[in-house]
Design a protein around this ligand. Structure first.
Ligand SMILES: NC(=O)c1ccc[n+]([C@@H]2O[C@H](COP(=O)([O-])OP(=O)(O)OC[C@H]3O[C@@H](n4cnc5c(N)ncnc54)[C@H](OP(=O)(O)O)[C@@H]3O)[C@@H](O)[C@H]2O)c1
Length: 246
C-alpha cells in the first residue's frame, strides 16, 4: 500500500495498546514514526524493536496534558524527518465509575488527557499542516460515545467532545489542507482497564475485555486504512468493535 511508505506519523499514547500496535503496523509499512507517551522505557524498547526490523522510529517523553510536550513531539518529527503528515491523537485514560461516586479528580484527569490532550495536539500540529499544505489528524475516540452505558458517562462525554471538535474543525477546513478521522473502537484488549480506580468497575471491564475484546492490531489496521487514502479522500469516522459486542 504505497500511500503509507514515507509518511511521517506522530502517535501519542504509543507506549502500549492501540498506539503501540499502530506504531508497529505503520513502521512495518514504511512510515517514519514519532512516538510519544510518558513511559519512555517502553517507548525506547519499542523504537529499538522497530529500528532492528529496518523501520524508522524516534521517541520523546510526552505528557499530553502539557502543551509544550506536544510542541516538542511535533518539532521532533519536523527536525528528524522534515515534516509531519499525520498526528494520531491516541493517548487516553478511562477513570470510569458511576457519576454518583463524585470522582471529581478522575473526571478532571479524563478531561485533561482525553480532551485537552487532543487540543494540545491540534495546537501543535495545525500550524505545521498549514505551512506544508497538508496534514491528517486521526484521533481515537470510542463506541462509549455512541452507545451510552452506566459507569462510562464522563469518559463518553470526553470522547464525544472530541468527536464534536473534529467535526467542527473539519467544517472550518474545507480548503483541502486538513483531513480529520475519528476512530471509535469498542472493546479492545489493552491496559486501559488497569487504571480504573473503582475496583468493581475495573473487574467488570477486565472481564468484558477477556470475553469480548478484539486485538489492538485491528484498530491499527483501521487507522492505516484512513491514512492510506488518496489526499482528496477523507475518512471521517470509523467504528470498529468486536462482532459479538452489543
Ligand atoms: N481498549 C479499549 O477497549 C478502548 C476502546 C475505545 C477507545 N479506546 C481508546 O484508545 C486509546 C488508547 O488506549 P488503549 O486501549 O490502547 O489503552 P492503553 O494500553 O492503556 O494505552 C493508553 C496510552 O495512553 C497513554 N497515556 C495515558 N495518559 C497519558 C498522558 N497524560 N500523556 C501521554 N500519554 C498518555 C499511555 O502511555 P503512558 O502511560 O506511557 O503515558 C498509553 O500509551 C485511548 O484514547 C482510549 O480511550 C480504547
Amino acid at each position: 500500500m504505497p500511500a503509507i511508505i514515507d509518511q511521517v506519523v506522530a502517535i501519542t499514547g504509543a507506549s502500549s495498546g492501540i498506539g503501540e500496535a499502530t506504531a508497529r503496523l505503520l513502521a512495518a509499512r514504511g512510515a517514519a514514526v514519532v512516538l510519544g507517551a510518558r513511559r519512555t522505557d517502553r517507548l525506547d524498547r519499542l523504537a529499538a524493536d522497530l529500528r532492528a526490523a529496518g523501520g524508522r522510529a524516534v521517541t520523546r517523553a510526552t505528557d499530553v496534558t502539557r502543551r509544550e510536550d506536544l510542541e516538542r513531539l511535533v518539532d521532533l518529527a519536523t527536525s528528524e524527518y522534515g515534516r509531519l503528515d499525520v498526528l494520531v491523537g491516541n493517548a487516553g485514560i478511562a477513570r470510569t465509575g458511576p457519576v454518583a461516586d463524585l470522582d471529581v479528580a478522575g473526571w478532571t484527569q479524563m478531561i485533561d488527557v482525553n480532551l485537552v490532550g487532543v487540543l494540545h495536539g491540534i495546537a501543535a500540529a495545525l500550524p505545521v499542516f498549514r505551512r506544508q499544505g497538508h496534514g491528517h489528524l486521526v484521533t481515537t475516540v470510542s463506541t462509549s460515545g455512541l452507545k451510552i452505558v452506566p459507569t462510562q458517562a464522563v469518559y463518553a462525554a470526553t470522547k464525544n467532545a472530541v468527536r464534536t471538535l473534529l467535526e467542527g474543525l473539519r467544517q472550518e477546513s474545507t480548503d483541502g489542507v486538513l483531513r480529520t478521522t475519528a476512530v471509535s473502537p469498542g472493546y479492545v484488549r489493552t491496559e486501559l482497564a488497569d487504571w480504573i480506580d473503582n475496583a468493581e468497575v475495573r473487574e467488570q471491564v477486565r472481564q468484558d475485555m477477556e470475553r469480548l475484546a478484539i486485538a489492538p492490531e485491528a484498530v491499527a489496521r483501521a487507522i492505516a486504512f484512513a491514512i492510506e487514502q488518496p489526499e482528496d479522500v477523507e475518512i471521517g469516522e470509523i467504528v470498529i468493535r468486536p462482532t459479538v459486542q452489543g
